[in-house]
Design a protein around this ligand. Structure first.
Ligand SMILES: [Fe+2]
Length: 236
């Protein structure tokens, strides 16, 4: 067996159970698939941005579209000097270069935190497992505020790649029996509770995968957006 996280992994100490209000739609699986994006995103809206060398989830670069103060910065919102939850973000200079994406995020109507494009180099499953992790999305988020989750829009077409998701087992480590896979074809959209689910992308192919990642605060606006765009699964 290859790499697998141990109880020493930094994700294990990230809280799972808190009093933050959460969305019922994410309760069962921690993820909800949306219909494919009903718009096309011109290549220049994600290729011609300022990218920064920032490693998270593999060999990655990020183009910040909204940050805590509007500056191009890939760090989390929190620091010793500035304890800021991942919401109330301000658009960066990149936002004016990607109006389709900027307007898409704005029109959800929910409070958003970091908005960024991820550029991920190919990595097979064994390599990707080294980066399997949970996010610290709700650090400094007051417990009466909505639980911060993340939304994806896939910008490049990678039908052979997938986001691997797992719940934690009793030991706090990812439980393989709970594996779910989200497809990453162009236009694929989904919302993930990335503080709850361990996640990483297995990216087959020979070119980088680009995707829009947005932190959203759970609440009536995000709930309405998901309801309006959710892929319906009928029993029977
Ligand atoms: Fe993450």
């Amino acid at each position: 067996m290859g790499f697998w996280p141990t109880t020493e992994h930094w994700s294990v100490s990230i809280p799972l159970d808190t009093h933050h209000p959460r969305l019922e739609v994410l309760a069962a699986r921690g993820v909800v698939a949306l219909s494919d994006a009903p718009f096309a995103v011109p290549e220049h809206e994600y290729l011609d941005l300022h990218y920064m060398d920032w490693k998270s989830g593999g060999d990655t670069n990020f183009a910040p579209i909204a940050t805590t103060d509007g500056e191009l910065d890939c760090r989390g919102f929190w620091s010793a000097e500035n304890e800021h939850p991942d919401k109330d973000a301000v658009f960066t200079v990149n936002a004016s270069r990607c109006p389709t994406l900027r307007d898409y995020v704005s029109e959800v109507g929910a409070n958003f935190g970091r908005v960024r494009i991820i550029k991920l180099e190919p990595q097979d499953r064994e390599t990707a497992l080294h980066s399997l992790h949970r996010d610290d999305n709700n650090r400094f988020n007051p417990p009466d505020s909505g639980w911060v989750v993340r939304s994806w829009v896939e910008l490049t077409d990678n039908p052979d790649s997938y986001m691997l998701l797992m719940d934690s087992g009793p030991d706090g480590l990812p439980d393989p029996a709970t594996e779910q896979r989200m497809p990453l074809h162009r236009g694929a959209r989904f919302v993930v509770d990335t503080q709850r689910l361990w996640h990483v992308v297995v990216h087959h192919g020979d070119a980088p995968r680009y995707a829009l990642i947005t932190s959203f605060e759970s609440g009536p606006a995000l709930d309405a957006f998901i309801t309006a765009n959710q892929v319906r699964r009928f029993a029977g």
